[in-house]
Design a protein around this ligand. Structure first.
Ligand code: APR
Length: 380
């Protein structure tokens, strides 16, 4: 069994296959130090924590993660807070930086003797329509190589080799560009609020999400085509304080990325012996922080299905894998799009232009809407 990519999807899959006794290798393009330090998402849904606990992989997040259940909306009409942990199903997030989770999964995997090759870039998946697929690679020394297995799991993200290797027409691609871009920032600064902050302002959206006691993630809506370094630190903090409508605890900006809000989902998530999970299967906009949670859920489903097939000759799980994942992906996608409409003033010529204010007003005043929001916001 060959797993491409050592993100949350690939490493959870590797751990579960190893624990079940399925022979596998993980091929990862980056060096180990990069994999362990790449800051990405950080909000784990309650179901994600349950999955990790079920397999004995939740110690780190219980030790150093913090539960979180409060969000605050700031608009020209005022501010309101939702304690979503006491709404809907009463579930909370666990804030645990993704690189910490990846580090835990990696340590566990290698500690149990799992095989992983860093600095090994998958170039293409070959013969996926047969029963002996293989992966061509460029190894750390630049030399070409080839791995062969019964199945290949593409957990190598949206621009990985798995997606690139799908023959034309093998799967459908559902792509939607929301026409909005965010400048994603990581600040070496303590959080400025005890809640996730969502600010809607005529100048554009701004968001605040705590990561740790000293690191905070911010998002700033920016014009399409903005480069990460176009705005000075002073301008960024001034824009953030303007849109968040209040002073913030400032600090050095240690990471900047520009994210175009899009969703990009493949269907089905399988081509013969090649299966897709995580961002390789579905990339959603970060507006509802569903990416890492879907990756964990899909990795568990895929691990069980592969184990049933390889160890017990039962292929029902593999046959149902794509439909099961897509049902969850579509719900997450709908909610991410709803969040986009809630948080942005869409162009005046858009049919959605007038939706935002009434949406926020209903969320502020209707308990039924708040219960629905809480369930969607923490769920996957
Ligand atoms: N060959 C080998 N490895 C590759 C290749 C390749 N051709 N291309 C990419 N990779 C590796 C990347 O270096 C990365 O370590 O695949 C891994 C993919 O990991 P993630 O991007 O974290 O994707 P995934 O595991 O699907 O997790 C999805 O993580 O950061 C979030 O936004 C993301 O929340 C989403 C979740």
């Amino acid at each position: 069994m060959i797993v491409l990519g050592a993100g949350p999807a690939g490493l959870l899959l590797g751990n579960l296959l190893l624990a079940a006794g399925v022979d596998c290798v993980v091929l990862e393009r980056s060096a180990e130090a990069d994999v362990r330090t790449r800051a990405r998402a950080g909000f784990l849904a309650a179901n994600t924590v349950r999955i990790l606990d079920r397999h004995g992989l939740g110690d780190g997040l219980h030790r150093s993660g913090r539960t979180h259940s409060l969000c605050e909306f700031r608009t020209g009409d005022g501010r309101f807070r939702l304690d979503y942990g006491s709404l809907g199903r009463g579930e909370r997030h666990t804030v645990y930086p993704q690189q910490e989770l990846v580090g835990d999964l990696l340590t566990e995997y290698t500690g149990r003797g799992g095989r992983i090759r860093f600095g090994t870039e998958a170039l293409a998946v070959r013969d996926a329509d047969g029963v002996r697929p293989s992966v061509t690679v460029r190894g750390p020394d630049g030399r070409p190589g080839r791995w062969q297995g019964r199945y290949v799991a593409g957990c190598d993200g949206r621009h990985g080799a798995a997606r690139r290797s799908l023959p034309p027409g093998a799967v459908r691609r559902h792509h939607r560009d929301h026409g909005i871009s965010w400048l994603g920032l990581l600040a070496e600064a303590p959080p400025s609020l005890d809640a996730v902050g969502y600010a809607v302002h005529p100048a554009g959206f701004a968001g605040h999400m705590a990561r740790t006691a000293d690191i905070t993630r911010y998002y700033l809506q920016c014009p399409r085509g903005t480069a990460p370094d176009d705005w000075s630190e002073d301008r960024i903090w001034a824009e953030l304080e303007l849109r968040m409508r209040g002073p913030l605890r400032r600090g050095a900006l240690i990471q900047r990325t520009v994210v175009d809000l899009e969703s990009d989902v493949l269907e089905p998530l399988r081509h013969g012996s090649l299966f897709l999970a995580g961002d390789a299967a579905s990339l959603l906009s970060p507006s509802a922080a569903k990416g890492a949670n879907l990756a964990v859920l899909e990795a568990e489903l895929l691990a069980r299905a592969l184990t049933d097939d390889l160890l017990h000759g039962d292929s029902e799980g593999l046959d149902a894998y794509s439909a099961r994942c897509l049902a969850r992906i579509r719900r997450a996608q709908d909610f991410s799009q709803w969040m986009i409409r809630l948080l942005h003033d869409l162009p005046e010529n858009s049919s959605q232009h007038h939706i935002r204010r009434p949406c926020l007003e209903t969320l502020r005043t209707s308990r039924a809407e708040q219960d629905w929001f809480a369930e969607q916001y923490v769920g996957v």
